[in-house]
Design a protein around this ligand. Structure first.
Ligand SMILES: [Zn+2]
Length: 340
């Protein structure tokens, strides 16, 4: 089969990879209908994250089940499925508490590489959720977002305790930040402040429910959030970047007693203890337990109540994956959908 392999920073190739086979009786094999490039794929692409030899790429996926192992009981060939970017058993104590991304048996899907024609899905019963019947083609981009960016934005908003009557500030205007805007509104937030300085992203944030746009960054961004919240800071802040600057801005934008959900993959962030101590802020974040939200998100999408697939502003055949990475790296695209 064809699949994406990153050979070195900036060197994305689509090449022949071994066809996946059932390795464990709990595995499924899917034919990938759509995959995409994640903001986090850009870290190794840019050489910020070290690469240990050629690596298969991709952890977001939707597809049709082709084959299941002998111990798989709830998933069957022919079903259209969405899965999380972490495979999880969904039965251990951590999973049952709603933290499937911390499952004691978790497997990162990035180690398998779903930017490919087919993929092996470990722990299929726990990882995959089937859609009710075969979805219409126009729903596929939205279902694909549920695999990571939507679920991650959702977790950010939940971790930040976005709630009716509250004010939520979202730092980061990538696909995750935009999905966090959508989630905050769905969770009932009265006011959602999107921090963005890019017109097309601001427009999408508004379509997803943002009530205010803030273009300032750093200390100026914090000051602007305070101005908009009677000098107090937001009840809830979602951090969807993962840098020192955005984390500092996020903590500064949260009011004492408020909640900060951080879902941008952290890179070289260090938090000064004294600032944390005096901030009186609740911090909660990490890799999102997307699996926890999948049934609800699939239902919202299939009922056409939300349309998070709008984050895809470029669709390319898998063969043009190198261009997909370039477009996202140069911020010419918010998110690129790849069609195997
Ligand atoms: Zn588990």
């Amino acid at each position: 089969m064809r699949g994406v392999v990153l050979h070195a920073p900036g060197d994305v190739r689509v090449e022949e990879r071994p066809d996946p086979v059932i390795a464990e009786p709990t595995d499924a094999i899917i034919r990938v209908t759509a995959a995409c490039v994640c903001g986090s794929d850009l870290w190794p692409y840019r050489g910020v994250e070290e690469l240990d030899g050629p690596a298969p790429m991709g952890h977001e996926y939707v597809g049709v089940v082709e084959e299941v192992g002998g111990e798989v009981t709830t998933i069957e060939p022919g079903q259209f499925v969405v899965g999380s970017f972490w495979a999880s058993d969904n039965t251990c104590e951590i999973c049952r508490s709603g933290y499937q991304s911390g499952c004691v048996h978790r497997v990162p899907m990035g180690s398998i590489g779903t930017q490919a024609e087919r993929a092996r899905i470990p722990l299929a019963d726990g990882t995959l959720v089937a859609t009710p019947g075969m979805p219409d083609a126009d729903l596929i981009p939205s279902l694909l977002t549920a695999s990571d960016v939507l679920g991650t934005g959702w977790f950010g908003a939940v971790a930040a305790q976005a709630r009716p009557g509250g004010t939520v500030a979202v730092i980061g205007d990538g696909a995750v930040g935009l999905c966090a805007v959508l989630a905050a509104r769905r969770l009932g937030a009265e006011r959602v402040i999107a921090m963005s300085r890019h017109a097309p992203r601001q427009e999408l944030a508004r379509r997803f429910g943002a009530t205010d746009i803030v273009t300032e960054r750093g200390d100026e961004g914090v000051a602007r959030i305070k101005e908009l919240t009677d000098g107090l800071g937001a009840h809830s802040v979602v951090e969807a970047v993962g840098t020192q600057e955005s984390m500092t801005q996020a903590i500064g934008s949260t009011r004492p007693g408020g909640h900060l959900g951080f879902v941008g993959v952290s890179h070289d962030v260090s938090l000064p203890g004294d600032e944390l101590f005096f901030s009186l802020v609740h911090l909660h974040g990490g890799p999102a337990p997307v699996r926890e939200y999948l049934p609800e998100l699939i239902e919202l999408i299939c009922n056409r109540e939300i349309d998070p697939g709008e984050v895809f502003d470029l669709t390319l055949p898998l063969a043009q994956a190198a261009e997909a990475y370039r477009a996202m790296d140069e911020r010419r695209a918010v998110k690129v959908l790849l069609q195997p």
